[in-house]
Design a protein around this ligand. Structure first.
Ligand code: CTP
Ligand code: CA
Length: 226
C-alpha cells in the first residue's frame, strides 16, 4: 500500500459523470452543437476516481484523454446520452450532469447531404429530453448534481433549475466571465443546494475545483447522514 495515498472517501460508490457537448445531426455532414470543451466534466470524473469511486464518464464528442481509473462511454446526441445514463442510473450513488446537452434537435435528419438553394433556409427543431429533469423524477437514492451555465441572473436561474429538476445541487457558473467559460482551464462557481444551501468558490483550475466540489458535497452529505 502507498503510505502517501490520498484518502478514498468515495470508495465503494458508483459515480456517473456526463461531459462535453452533444451533436444533433442535420444531415450526414452537418450538426448542431455548442462550445463545451468537456474539461469540467473530465475533471469531475478524474476527481471522483481519485476519491475512490467506480467512475463512469458518459461523454459527448471532445478531444480529451480518458482520466486514470475512469471508464468512458462515448455518445453523440442527447438521445444517446439519455439512453446511456439510464443504463447506469439504477446502481449509481451519484450522477453529475456536467454535459452541455443540446436543448433542441432537428425534427428530421436528412438522409442525404442538403444542397444549397436560392434564398434562405429554415431548419425545424424540436426539444430534446431534459436528462437531469428526467432523473429528478426517477431518483430513489441517487444524489443528483447539475451544472448551470448562465450569462446573466446566475443565482435566479440556478435556483430555479435546482427546484424544477429536483436536483440536490446545482453548480452554477457565469460563462460570460473571462476565464470561467467553456474552453477555459479555470472556473469560478457558486453551488446551490436544497434548503437554501449556497457556497461560492474562488477562481481556480478546473482539476482543483472538481476535487473541492466533490469534497464539499461529500462532507455535506455525511453531515446530513444520507
Ligand atoms: N440538462 C440535461 N438535459 C438537457 C438539458 C440540460 O440533462 N436536455 C442538464 C445539464 O447537463 C445541466 C443542467 O441540466 O446539468 C442545466 O443545463 P442548462 O443548459 O444550464 O439548463 P436548461 O434547463 O437546459 O435551461 P436553459 O438552457 O434554457 O438555461
Ligand atoms: Ca440548456
Amino acid at each position: 500500500a502507498d503510505f502517501f495515498a490520498a484518502p478514498k472517501p468515495l470508495a465503494g460508490k458508483k459515480v456517473v459523470v456526463t461531459a462535453g457537448p452533444t451533436r444533433e445531426r442535420i444531415d450526414p455532414v452537418r450538426f448542431l452543437t455548442n462550445f463545451s470543451s468537456g474539461k469540467m466534466g473530465y475533471a469531475m470524473a478524474e476527481a471522483a476516481a481519485q476519491m475512490g469511486a467506480e467512475t463512469i464518464l458518459i461523454s459527448g464528442p471532445v478531444s480529451l484523454p480518458v482520466p486514470n481509473g475512469v471508464t468512458r462511454i462515448s455518445v453523440e446526441s442527447a438521445a444517446d446520452m439519455l439512453e446511456s445514463v439510464k443504463l447506469h442510473f439504477d446502481d449509481a450513488d451519484m450522477v453529475i450532469k456536467t454535459a452541455a446537452v443540446a436543448d433542441y434537435r432537428p425534427i428530421a435528419v436528412h438522409p442525404q447531404k442538403m444542397k444549397k438553394q436560392e434564398g434562405g433556409s429554415t431548419i425545424e427543431l424540436e426539444r430534446t429530453v431534459d436528462i437531469l429533469h428526467y432523473l429528478g423524477g426517477q431518483k430513489t437514492h441517487q444524489l443528483l448534481i447539475g451544472f448551470a451555465a448562465e450569462t446573466n441572473d446566475v443565482a435566479k436561474y440556478a435556483k430555479d433549475k435546482l427546484q424544477r429538476k429536483n436536483a440536490d445541487y446545482i453548480i452554477a457558473n457565469d460563462v460570460s466571465e473571462a476565464q470561467a467559460g467553456f474552453e477555459s482551464d479555470t472556473n469560478r462557481v457558486t453551488v446551490y443546494g436544497k434548503g437554501g444551501f449556497e457556497q461560492s468558490f474562488e477562481m481556480m483550475p478546473k482539476a482543483e475545483l472538481a476535487r473541492q466540489l466533490l469534497a464539499m458535497i461529500h462532507e455535506q452529505e455525511e453531515r446530513h447522514d444520507r
